[in-house]
Design a protein. Sequence first.
Length: 160
Amino acid sequence: MSYAEEEDKEEDKKVPVPPKDPDQKSIFEYLEKIIDALNAKEAQVAHHLDRIATAVEKIAKSEGISTTKPVSPPPPSKPTPTPIPAPISAPTDHLKELMDLFPNDLQELLTFEDKGDWVKVAPRRFLGSDNFAKIASIIRDAGGEYISAGKASHFKVAKK
């Protein structure tokens, strides 16, 4: 049995079991367990992706391939219009308070966008499992949640 198969078997043991006689409280507790299990699995996937990236970098280094120089895309076939930058406005009080919850090293990894009734906090790049866990904890403490949407994944924090 491979390492991944053993890990999957361990994770299967942690899958929450639905309540036999559900009432509203037990349903919410069950849903909370499911969310916790999904968050744990997401952190585990991020950890594995980080390990894969490290292995690929080592292989590239041993082959003499530079991993620090970005690959330039092919030239565009048509000239692309220059995007008009959005006007930069001063952060609102709530946005500033939320940003201040993060240490500078984590703040540099994120973008903060006021969406009216809520604030969107999105990663600028891959966070890795440790940074993701730290950020998710701060967001949860602020009353927010993680929205998993592939490349559009972000954290959502309602304004108080």
